[in-house]
Design a protein around this ligand. Structure first.
Ligand code: PLP
Length: 399
């Protein structure tokens, strides 16, 4: 083991760096979750997460990973044999498919090359062709964390509206919420799925479902088996500020402070900060002469950047050099791009100098690992952060 000084750089795209303020808030005695003091906290955090999702409709908070929140969305609204439309945008879409298959949904999985967002034209084609409205849900990953390609949920909503299709719109925004612009109500999302450990700046352990009135009605009529994940049990008891089973009390202390921090900055400013850091990171990648995994500038993620390494080089060997030498964790390539790509997380509790440190670590690591590249990535990113290059860049790259 190498001795490292200073702070570890956790630049994977989730779990992300947890602010000291949040850590302090969590480090408190656990409360009686059936007591009056807890109910005050319960009401507070339930209202707080509604503001982050931008919804007046219920948000369910589970003591779970994001995967649990995925499953919750499925078991509440769908039954075995139900037809759903999904898009294989990357590894996270593929994992969600795995759950859908286990619940024996009839999935129409639209393929992609893992370098673009969901194929909107194919979604429209499928919905148009489905005159009998057999498709019960359209399920998309907002920020595909394996490829750094975004699918804009509003575009999918517009397709459902254009085709007058009644399917539910389910969006995995696990790595999108509190990093990318998100509007659960205004965009007509039926089920939004999120987790605590990405843009929300918390440790892992909370899963979220924001649900529309329409999704609630569908789930009421859905007779398939569920217990732990049942929305209705949860919503009934949440009215008193409490939970049907022991919640992750200490994470809720952290949640309250994390939302306060997001609101002190202002959600719009949080979104703008992530866009700016995305633009600076891509300027560095371009200067290095490396290729982003995402090939559609309209779909570039503000939350992370996945980068291809040149043929014949191993992205994980490069990541090990960075970890050993500079105590920085970068994200591994997932699924079919394992070894071919690495991921730079720039989401959550983050600032300009943390990004500069991150990019300096990448640039020095590329050199030490002998990955062919040009120098000057850090300098290019600095120009963006100084605001000089932003106007000169193509609109989509900073949008
Ligand atoms: C992290 C992530 C998940 C999985 O969440 P877990 O908490 O690991 O279960 C799912 N989807 C996306 C887009 C993610 O980024």
């Amino acid at each position: 083991m190498t001795l490292h000084t200073g702070r570890h750089f956790l630049q994977i795209p989730g779990p992300t760096n947890v602010p000291d303020r949040v850590l302090r808030a969590i480090d408190m005695p656990t409360l009686d979750h059936r007591g009056a003091e807890f109910a005050v906290l319960g009401h507070d955090v339930l209202a707080a997460v509604q503001r982050v999702f931008r919804t007046k409709q219920p948000v369910i908070i589970y003591p779970s990973s994001g995967t649990g929140a995925w499953e919750a969305a499925i078991v509440n609204t769908l039954s075995p044999g139900d037809k759903v439309l999904m898009s294989e945008t990357g590894q996270f879409a593929a994992l969600w498919l795995g759950i859908a298959n286990k619940f024996r949904l009839d999935v129409d999985m639209l393929p992609t090359d893992w370098r673009h967002g969901a194929p909107l034209d194919l979604i429209e084609e499928r919905l148009k062709a489905d005159r009998e409205h057999k498709i019960k849900a359209v399920m998309v990953v907002h920020n595909e964390t394996s490829t750094s390609c975004v699918t804009h949920p509003l575009e999918v909503r517009k397709i459902l509206d254009r085709t007058k299709h009644p399917a539910l719109l389910m969006v995995d925004t696990i790595s999108g919420l509190a990093s990318l612009e998100y509007e659960h109500d205004a965009w007509g999302i039926d089920v939004s799925i999120a987790g605590s450990q990405k843009g929300m700046m918390l440790p892992p352990g909370l899963g979220f479902n924001a649900v529309s009135e329409k999704a609630l009605a569908v789930s009421k009529a859905n007779t398939s088996t569920r217990s732990y994940w049942d929305w209705h049990d949860m919503i009934a008891i949440n009215k008193q500020g409490t939970f049907p089973y022991t919640p992750a009390t200490n994470l809720l202390y952290g949640l309250k402070v994390a939302v306060a921090m997001l609101e002190e900055e202002g959600l719009e400013n949080v979104w703008a900060r992530h866009k700016r850091h995305g633009a600076a990171t891509r300027a560095a990648v371009k200067a290095w002469g490396l290729e982003p995994v995402c090939q559609d500038p309209q779909a570039y993620s503000p939350a992370l950047t996945a980068v291809m390494v040149p043929q014949g080089h191993d992205a994980d060997a490069f990541r090990k050099v960075v970890l050993d030498n500079f105590d920085m964790s970068l994200g591994t390539g997932l699924g079919k791009i394992k070894g071919k790509a690495f991921r730079i997380g720039h989401l959550g509790h983050f600032n300009d100098l943390m990004l500069m440190g991150t990019l300096a670590g990448v640039e020095m690591g590329l050199d030490l690992a002998k990955v062919p590249h040009r120098t000057g990535g850090v300098a290019a990113a600095m120009e963006v952060l100084k605001g000089r290059d932003v106007v000169a860049m193509p609109k989509a790259a900073v949008a």
